[in-house]
Design a protein around this ligand. Sequence first.
Ligand SMILES: C[S@@+](CC[C@H](N)C(=O)[O-])C[C@H]1O[C@@H](n2cnc3c(N)ncnc32)[C@H](O)[C@@H]1O
Length: 212
Amino acid sequence: MGMRDRWLHQFGHPSGLRGRAVGRLLDRMHRRVYGGALECLDLASHHDVLEIGFGGGVGLGVLGECLREGTGTLTGIDISHEMVRHNTKRFASDVQSGKLHLSIADVADLPFPDDHFDRAVAVNTVYYWPVPAKGLAEVGRVLKPEALFLIAVGERKNGKSMRLSIPGHTAYSEADLTALFDEAGYDDIASCRVPTRPGWNGLFVYGRNPKR
Ligand SMILES: C[S@@+](CC[C@H](N)C(=O)[O-])C[C@H]1O[C@@H](n2cnc3c(N)ncnc32)[C@H](O)[C@@H]1O
C-alpha cells in the first residue's frame, strides 16, 4: 500500500499515531454534519442514543450536549481500539458518571439487548461496513419499536456521492441508502441535505423501526 492509501485507509479504521491525527481531522471536517443530523433526529434529552462509528468523537460531544439536562444516555461503538481509548479519556467525566458508554464493537454484532435505544446515528461510516444490510438489521434489533435510525454520508453539491478509491470503501447515493432502509423493513423513510463545507452537502437518510 502506498503512502496515500495508508492514510486513506485510516478513515475506515483509525489506528496508532496516524489514527489519532485522522481523528482530529475528522472532528474538524464533520462537526457541521452532526448539526444537520440533529435537525432530522427529533432528539429529546430523555432519549437513549446509540452512535455507530464515532471516530474522533466530535459527534459524541454534540449528541452528549443534547442529552446533558435530561435522563438520556449516549452509547458509542467503534471497531477502532484507538478511537475508543482516545474518547474514553477525552470524555472521562461523562463515562464515569454513566452518561456515556463507549465500547469496541462492530455494527453487525452489537452487544446490546433488543428494543434498547430511542435513536441511532451512523455518520460517515456506512461506507466501510462490509455487509451494510447486516448493520441495518442489527441496529433495528437494538432500537425500540418506532425509534429512528439515521445514516449520514457526504455528497458533492453536484449530486455525486462521496467516493474514495481505496479497498473496502463503497459510495452510497440517496437511492442506495433508501433501498437499504426499505429492504431492512424500516418505515417512514425520508432524506434531507444540509450544506457542510464548501462544495459538499451532508446527505441524511433515516427511517423508523417498525412496530413488532
Ligand atoms: C470516517 S470515520 C467517521 C467518524 C465520525 N463518525 C465522523 O463523522 O467524524 C469512520 C469510523 O467508522 C468506524 N467503523 C468502520 N467500520 C465499522 C463497523 N463495521 N462498525 C463500527 N464502526 C465502524 C471506523 O473505525 C471509524 O472510526
